[in-house]
Design a protein around this ligand. Structure first.
Ligand SMILES: [Zn+2]
Ligand SMILES: [Zn+2]
Length: 349
C-alpha cells in the first residue's frame, strides 16, 4: 500500500484493487444466494388466522349457500315470470274469444247453447286458475330470492364484525414479525460490519489487503444497501445511527492519524540530515520529488533551482556532489548519474 513508482508494480496495484472489487461482488452474490435459500423463518400470516375459528367457517359457508340460493331463486323467478306471461296471454285470448262468442249468443239466444256456455266458463276459470298459480310461483320465487339476499347480508355483516375484531391482532402480529425479520438481518449484518471495522483498523495494510478491502466493501454494501428492503418504519433510525457511529469512528481515526503524522514529522525534522534521509524509503522519496515536494517535510520546493541544495523549510539535503567526479546530483540517488559510482556520500556526508 506504500507509494509505488515502478511501472509494473503500479499496474499490479491496480489489478489488486480490481481483485478487491471482484472479491466483494462475489461475496455479495454468495450472501444473497445463501439468504435466498434459507428456509424462511417466518410464516405468512393472514387476517383469517386471527378470526374466531369457531364462527368464521360457518359464516363463510352461510354466505356461499345464500349466494347459491339467490342464484337459484333468480333462475326460478325468470322461469316463473315467463310462465306467468304465457298464462296471462292465454287467459286474455280466451276471454276475448268468449266475449265474442257471448255477443253472438245474445244475438241468436238459442237455449241449446247453454251447455256450451257452462263448458266455456269452466275453461275460462281453469285458465284464470293457471294464471293465479303462475303468479303464486313468481311471488314465492321473489320471496326466496329476498330471503337468501338478506341471509347473505346478515352473514357478511357478521363476518365484517369478526374481521374488524381480528384486525388489531393481525396488525400487531405483522409488526412484530417485521421486527423479528429485521432483527435477524441485523444480527447477520452487524457482526460483518464489526469484523470489517477490525480488519480496517488492523489489517488494511497487510499483504492480503485486496481481500481485506473486498470484505470491507461487502460488509458496507450488505448493511447499507441490502438491508434497506427489510427496514421497518423506524429502520431509518438504525441505519442512520450506525452510519453516524461509523463516520465518527472513521473521522476520529483520521484525526488521530493526522496528529500522529504531524508529531512524527516534527520529531523527524529534529533529527540529523543523514539519519532522516536513511529513514525515508527510496521509492517514497522519489515519488515525493516527482511531485515537486520536499521528501522530508512534504512542503513544495523548487528542485530545478541550481542553488537549492537544501530544503528551505526543514533543512534536509536535496542535492550534493558525487565523490569521484564532483557532479551535482540528487542527494537521494543511489548512484551518480554522471559516472555511475555508488553514492557513498549518503553515509559519509
Ligand atoms: Zn523540507
Ligand atoms: Zn560521479
Amino acid at each position: 500500500m506504500s507509494k509505488v513508482l515502478r511501472l509494473s508494480e503500479k499496474w499490479f496495484h491496480r489489478a489488486l484493487w480490481l481483485v478487491a472489487f471482484v472479491f466483494a461482488s462475489f461475496l455479495v452474490g454468495l450472501g444473497g444466494a445463501l439468504i435466498g435459500d434459507l428456509p424462511s423463518v417466518e410464516q405468512h400470516q393472514t387476517l383469517d388466522d386471527f378470526m374466531d375459528p369457531a364462527q368464521t367457517p360457518a359464516l363463510r359457508q352461510t354466505v356461499k349457500d345464500a349466494q347459491r340460493a339467490e342464484h337459484d331463486a333468480a333462475q326460478a323467478l325468470s322461469q316463473a315470470q315467463l310462465k306467468l306471461q304465457v298464462a296471462r296471454a292465454d287467459n286474455q285470448a280466451a276471454r276475448e274469444t268468449f266475449n265474442n262468442w257471448l255477443a253472438t249468443r245474445h244475438a241468436t239466444a238459442r237455449a241449446a247453447q247453454d251447455d256450451e256456455l257452462v263448458a266455456r266458463t269452466a275453461q275460462l276459470d281453469k285458465l284464470r286458475q293457471t294464471e293465479r298459480e303462475a303468479l303464486t310461483v313468481v311471488e314465492s320465487s321473489k320471496q326466496s330470492q329476498l330471503d337468501s339476499r338478506q341471509a347473505q347480508a346478515r352473514a357478511q355483516a357478521q363476518l365484517r364484525e369478526l374481521e374488524k375484531a381480528a384486525e388489531d391482532g393481525w396488525n400487531k402480529a405483522l409488526r412484530a414479525q417485521q421486527l423479528r425479520v429485521f432483527g435477524y438481518r441485523l444480527a447477520l449484518t452487524l457482526p460483518l460490519l464489526a469484523v470489517a471495522g477490525w480488519l480496517f483498523a488492523k489489517q488494511r495494510k497487510s499483504t492480503w489487503w485486496p481481500f481485506v478491502w473486498g470484505f470491507i466493501f461487502f460488509a458496507l454494501f450488505t448493511f447499507f444497501v441490502e438491508l434497506v428492503p427489510y427496514l421497518p418504519s423506524y429502520g431509518g433510525y438504525v441505519r442512520y445511527s450506525v452510519g453516524i457511529v461509523i463516520t465518527v469512528l472513521v473521522g476520529r481515526y483520521a484525526i488521530l492519524a493526522l496528529n500522529r503524522y504531524l508529531e512524527r514529522q516534527k520529531q523527524a525534522e529534529a533529527l540529523p540530515d543523514v539519519q532522516r534521509r536513511e529513514e525515508l524509503s527510496y521509492d517514497v522519496a522519489l515519488a515525493r520529488l516527482a511531485k515537486g515536494v520536499c521528501p522530508g517535510c512534504e512542503r513544495p520546493v523548487d528542485l530545478k533551482l541550481e542553488s537549492n541544495d537544501f530544503c528551505p523549510h526543514c533543512g534536509i539535503g536535496l542535492h550534493n556532489h558525487c565523490g569521484p567526479c564532483g557532479a551535482r546530483k540528487s542527494a537521494f540517488a543511489k548512484f551518480c548519474h554522471a559516472c555511475g559510482a555508488a553514492a557513498a556520500t549518503r553515509l559519509s556526508a
